[in-house]
Ligand binder design. Structure first.
Ligand code: C2E
Ligand code: MG
Ligand code: MG
Ligand code: MG
Length: 282
């Protein structure tokens, strides 16, 4: 249908397409080199107990500051990496760095009160049967139990019915590695499937997408947040509210019964040294 466009807008159309393609190429090429050169880093955002604001864990977030491209958002480079083996390299890097950091912030904690780490993982990686063993090995290497590790998956990943994915999820459960559904409520989700996964002990928690918290204080947002919370309660999984930016939102979430949350109201993501200091001061 592009041929039907007038000359001028067709030109603009191709031009924008070409710009996008060359940006993708530049980002992919530089990303590959950045990973090799060890230029990716990890920042940590605390997850809080909303009743007393103590830290219960951290989410590891990949960061990349490129010499020529500047700081590239993970939304951009993760989306590109997900189409290639680069996503596995990023996962390994984030997993190892964040476990090493978690070992430091847990050095003064006893085994009953460890502060865990959540790592984001792409859907496709759940089909890799070596995944559970690699995580157990990485945790072992720094002297932490695998139960310190939580994987955050998007809704689509958990809706994959494939037998291999189910085997991987069961192996993660058996190893004590937790699995949370990330950005819940904005994608395609099937409550029956959620029920099955939690009944099988495969799903441990649900992170409610930050757009609902951002919509507070509206009746609509509150209704949806109440509904999500009721659902997690009856499934027996943990509910985590994302994107808490102010005290008003925090108060509504507390009133609705939410126990855990994260957001700029508490802290933005921070480098390892700051995260360790925060735990030691907590
Ligand atoms: P996500 O897993 O849902 O992570 C939460 C995002 O929300 C982070 O963005 C975080 O910085 C941001 N955020 C936290 N609190 C607030 C708040 O109060 N307000 C607002 N507006 N935003 C807040 P970030 O770091 O840009 O990451 C974006 C996404 O990129 C992540 O969303 C995740 O899906 C993906 N990502 C990041 N690191 C990794 C990684 O190592 N592996 C994979 N597979 N994906 C990653
Ligand atoms: Mg996440
Ligand atoms: Mg999220
Ligand atoms: Mg997200």
């Amino acid at each position: 249908y592009a041929a039907k466009r007038s000359g001028r807008s067709a030109h603009r159309f191709y031009r924008a397409d070409a710009d996008r393609a060359s940006r993708r190429l530049a980002v992919s090429t530089r990303l590959r080199n950045a990973i090799k050169a060890g230029e990716l880093s990890v920042e940590y955002q605390p997850v809080h107990d909303l009743t007393d604001s103590t830290i219960v864990g951290f989410e590891a977030l990949a960061r990349w500051n490129d010499d020529t491209l500047g700081s590239v958002s993970p939304d951009e480079f993760i989306a590109l990496a997900e189409r290639s083996p680069l996503i596995d390299e990023i996962f390994e890097l984030v997993l190892h760095q964040s476990l090493a950091t978690a070992a430091v912030w847990n050095s003064t904690h006893d085994s009953s009160s460890l502060v865990g780490i959540s790592v984001n993982i792409a859907a496709r990686q759940l089909r890799d049967t070596s995944l559970p063993g690699r995580i157990v090995g990485a945790a072992d290497a720094v002297g932490l139990p695998p139960s310190c590790v939580t994987l955050e998956l998007t809704e689509t990943a958990l809706m994959d019915e494939g037998p291999r994915t189910l085997r991987v999820l069961s192996a993660l459960r058996d190893a004590g590695i937790r699995v949370w559904m990330d950005d819940y409520g904005v994608g395609y989700s099937n409550m029956a499937r959620l029920g099955d996964l939690s009944a099988a002990g495969i799903l441990d928690g649900v992170k409610i997408d930050r757009t609902f918290v951002a919509d507070l204080p509206t009746a609509r947002a509150e209704t949806l947040l109440r509904m999500f919370f009721t659902m997690t309660e009856s499934l027996g999984v943990t509910a985590v509210a994302e994107g808490i930016e102010n005290d008003e939102q925090l108060q509504v979430l507390r009133r609705l019964g939410y126990r855990y949350g994260q957001g700029w109201h508490f802290a933005k993501s921070m480098p390892a040294t700051a995260a360790v200091q925060l735990v030691l001061d907590d």
